[in-house]
Write a protein that binds this ligand. Sequence first.
Ligand code: TPP
Length: 132
Amino acid sequence: MGGSIGFSTPVATGGRGGVPRSQVICMVGDGKRDVHAAIAVDAGREGLNVLTIVFANRIYQILRGEFDGVGAGEPGQRALDMLKIDRPTLDWVALAKGMGVPGRAVTNVDDFVKALADGVAEPGPRLIEVQM
Ligand SMILES: Cc1ncc(C[n+]2csc(CCOP(=O)(O)OP(=O)(O)O)c2C)c(N)n1
């Protein structure tokens, strides 16, 4: 929804604080990186059971779709530069580690399933970067 980026991570942190025995799983795109990073600091500091899953496709894919939708043709280099978020390619696991949150990167479904099971079983905040 328009304007909604950045909503889920603070809600996940707040939800965990409000229901202490809960396990919160927060699924986010990589499109609003600064917001996600700031919230991970809170989860790390408070040791909350918040498992954040970042789907890192390195592009504002929905806006790429809108580009097609308005019939603007193939985007040129300048347009692509505004749609892609791969310069630099963010290392979400390293960012999480720097904020006291252990993380793991996965590139296939089997590894994702294992990381998800481990992330739920282990106490405290965790991050999974799904490299797409
Ligand atoms: C607060 C806010 N800022 C900007 C936007 C505009 N916007 C809509 S979709 C989008 C990119 C989303 O990227 P991502 O979350 O990685 O998902 P993807 O499109 O790759 O599936 C942006 C910046 C928005 N919806 N909300």
